[in-house]
Design a protein around this ligand. Structure first.
Ligand code: HEC
Ligand code: HEC
Ligand code: HEC
Ligand code: HEC
Ligand code: HEC
Ligand code: HEC
Length: 445
């Protein structure tokens, strides 16, 4: 009789274990298959041909100064409509353009494509027709500037060729990208596996313990003559009413309740006026992810005064029109810009960041003088479809950073005496606060 019960229990336990192992095995397999698929995406062969094609143009692609200048010119003037790779944005992708067209042709085209088309140049007319007769704007650049842009494009090709390229499911190429996300994905995958293993081990432990107690109980009940006390211990039931009546437990519950309540009230009280995470709906679905992220338009192309003055400024509709007189003209969201201009009314953007009037904050002091990146305070704006307030913007937040951030005093004669004085009296770095950056009057009028 007993041995029968024991046998069934052991069978159940074994079945349970097998089920666990099998389901976990399936999970792990899924993970590794995924990893394999993403590895297969890498095609080493694809890089060689491109590398060979990269510099047949005779452009100075090793001259870093020219490439950097070209990069800036390209991002500010061309990136809106062209990629330096093969993706079509508004105009064609410009990879390989130096092989496809002669240098003279390119200079004439970029200076004034319409003139070239009207003169009946066959290549010019062909691209113009291929791209639905959208007129590319003329650019008042010098030959050197255009050469710099073309050099940048050639060097971008060389760079793409040097990075292993991941081929997406649609056959499009995303240079480098796949590598980083795969690595992150792999770390996340390991964490997942470790977590699952831990949970499985825990479950197995609990089940084993339960089975052992139950086996022991059965064994003792059947085999031994137990006295009353033993019997009570072996067959005791869990008595909830006892726990409920216990004074210690009641006090503990009340205490926890009070602490939680206090914490909540404090949080709410301290949170008054703090708007971290605030993300209002905007009147036009303008996306920083699209503009500052994908199309890499510089922040100060739109926030024109951010390096020069106190305020960063929000762009007027005219700045949007620099591009949207040509791009996406049919989109209902873009039509809203046209309507604002027709009615001569500004677009009513909802303000996200709002310091109270009593505090003074100056952008140029931080971006231009302090050299702090926008993202340090505003977070990953270039990934936000809709902007939200990333930092708390409290006094404590300002002061913490002023205490921690060393001032860049190098090559600035103004600071020489101050730094010497500071080093004589204190060991720490010469921070913003050493220079008086935590004194009330600096931030309060
Ligand atoms: C407003 C959009 C726009 C901007 C800005 C723009 N282009 Fe274009 N570009 C086009 C379009 C559209 C075409 C296709 C031909 C056409 O329709 O006129 C084109 C064609 C070209 C071509 C010819 C491509 C080929 O395959 O022959 C080159 C080269 C070129 N652009 C270079 C540039 C450079 C360099 C800049 C920046 C200085 C620039 N473009 C800025 C829209 C633009
Ligand atoms: C093409 C123009 C454009 C570019 C480029 C751009 N922005 Fe903006 N930005 C806007 C517009 C329009 C708004 C107002 C609407 C909104 O909040 O989304 C705005 C709002 C903001 C706000 C919120 C302002 C508030 O209301 O408190 C921040 C912060 C900001 N931008 C930072 C950046 C940073 C950082 C970059 C560069 C990585 C950048 N922007 C690039 C157009 C631009
Ligand atoms: C330097 C050029 C440039 C400027 C300036 C610019 N945009 Fe754009 N905008 C683009 C490009 C490029 C796209 C993407 C077009 C595409 O992917 O088809 C775009 C797309 C958009 C879209 C999405 C349209 C749709 O229906 O898909 C909106 C909305 C938009 N922009 C609003 C604005 C507003 C508002 C401003 C002014 C604050 C502005 N843009 C300034 C280049 C610009
Ligand atoms: C040291 C932190 C810090 C840095 C760095 C910083 N900002 Fe700001 N930004 C703020 C604060 C604080 C406000 C709110 C100001 C206010 O309400 O008066 C703000 C507000 C803004 C606004 C709303 C309009 C305005 O001027 O009040 C925009 C747009 C903006 N920032 C863009 C930028 C851009 C673009 C950069 C990088 C070039 C940048 N910020 C760098 C802290 C910062
Ligand atoms: C990410 C760090 C950081 C944050 C956050 C920050 N600051 Fe600063 N702040 C600096 C640095 C660095 C300087 C020094 C710039 C320089 O002179 O080189 C500075 C300088 C200043 C100055 C000038 C101080 C002087 O001695 O002249 C004022 C005023 C100021 N900040 C106000 C603020 C306010 C208000 C806030 C919060 C809304 C704030 N800062 C948030 C880094 C920060
Ligand atoms: C680095 C800049 C900075 C310095 C230095 C600074 N403050 Fe502030 N203070 C702020 C900002 C920003 C706010 C508004 C944000 C907030 O309410 O937390 C603020 C808010 C306040 C408030 C209003 C608090 C509230 O909850 O509305 C008082 C009072 C105040 N500060 C007093 C002081 C005094 C006193 C000093 C000197 C010991 C000082 N501050 C130094 C930046 C500063």
């Amino acid at each position: 009789m007993i041995s029968c019960i024991v046998k069934t229990k052991i069978k159940v336990f074994l079945a349970f274990l097998i089920a666990l192992v099998v389901s976990f095995g399936a999970y792990a397999q899924g993970e590794s298959e995924q990893a394999e698929v993403s590895q297969k995406g890498v095609t080493p062969g694809a890089t060689e041909g491109a590398a060979a094609a990269a510099n047949t143009s005779g452009l100075p692609i090793d001259d870093q100064a020219v490439v950097t200048a070209g990069d800036a010119l390209f991002k500010n003037n061309c990136a809106v409509c062209h990629s330096a790779g093969s993706d079509v944005i508004v105009g064609p992708g410009l990879a390989g353009i130096n092989e496809r067209r002669s240098h003279d042709w390119l200079i004439r085209w970029i200076k004034n494509s319409q003139a070239l088309i009207q003169a009946g140049d066959p290549e010019a007319v062909a691209v113009y027709n291929e791209y639905n007769k959208q007129a590319m704007p003329s650019f008042n650049f010098t030959d050197e500037e255009i050469t710099a842009i073309l050099t940048y494009i050639a060097s971008a090709e060389a760079e793409v060729a040097a990075v292993p390229t991941t081929v997406g499911s649609d056959g499009s190429q995303t240079p480098g990208e796949g590598v980083g996300t795969d690595a992150i994905g792999a770390v996340g995958g390991y964490l997942d596996i470790i977590l699952v293993v831990l949970i499985v081990v825990l479950i197995v432990l609990v089940v084993t313990l339960l089975l052992i107690t139950s086996l022991l109980k059965n064994y003792l009940n059947a085999n031994r003559k137990l006295n009353e006390y033993d019997n009570e211990v072996v067959n005791q039931r869990f008595d909830f009413s006892k726990i409920y009546k216990s004074k210690a437990v009641r006090t503990l519950v009340v205490l926890i309740f009070v602490v939680v309540l206090l914490d909540l009230t404090l949080d709410t009280a301290m949170g008054i006026g703090i708007q971290q995470g605030y993300q209002p709906r905007q009147p036009i679905a303008f996306s920083h992810k699209l503009h500052a992220g994908e199309h890499q338009i510089n922040c100060n192309y739109c926030h024109t005064t951010v390096y020069k003055s106190k305020s960063a400024s929000i762009p007027s509709a005219n700045i949007c029109m620099n591009c949207h007189s040509q791009i996406q003209t049919e989109s209902p969201e873009i039509q809203k810009i046209y309507r604002a201009i027709e009615r001569n009314r500004p677009i009513e953007w909802v303000r996200v960041h709002n310091l109270p009037d009593l505090a003074y904050f100056n952008h140029s002091q931080h971006t231009q003088v302090g050299g702090i990146e926008c993202q340090t305070c505003h977070g990953p704006i270039q990934e936000m479809d809709v902007v939200y307030q990333y930092s708390p913007l409290t006094m404590g937040w300002c002061i913490d950073c002023h205490r921690e951030t060393p001032l860049n005093t190098e090559g600035n004669g103004y600071y020489d005496n101050l730094v010497e004085l500071h080093e004589a009296t204190s060991k720490g770095a010469f921070t913003v606060s050493s220079n008086g950056g935590t004194e009330c009057y600096k931030c309060h009028y």
